[in-house]
Design a protein around this ligand. Sequence first.
Ligand code: 5GP
Length: 124
Amino acid sequence: MAYAYDPTNIFARILRGEIPNNTVLETEHTLAFRDIAPQAPDHVLVIPKGPYATFDHFSNEASDAEILDFYRTAGQVCKMLGIEPGEGGMGFRAITNSGEHGVQDVPHFHMHILAGRVLGRMLS
Ligand code: 5GP
């Protein structure tokens, strides 16, 4: 099975309320919360509430409403943090790790939003 989803992963447990989180924004289909081990002054994780393990799983299988809500929520988080480069903020990095070579630790699709410092080049 290409997209086996493990419902015991840590983000699934956060979504079920079994583990606390520092929520930044919650919508019908999406949750944004602060990373427990921040790599920058602002480090927010944006996750869909649905059971999608990877970027490709989410992109291929989620409904239009879920995908729209996910990206709108990520955009709202950027507004809330005041990091949008066109709006007077200093910019940010949005990244997704997918699978083994992407070094994805938590098998629930998520986007990292990192901001608050110069992040350096990262294409190695
Ligand atoms: P990945 O390597 O899968 O792209 O990133 C997983 C991220 O989840 C890491 O940045 C890690 O610090 C974060 N993380 C792991 N466990 C928890 C947790 O229990 N709570 C929160 N808020 N973040 C977590």
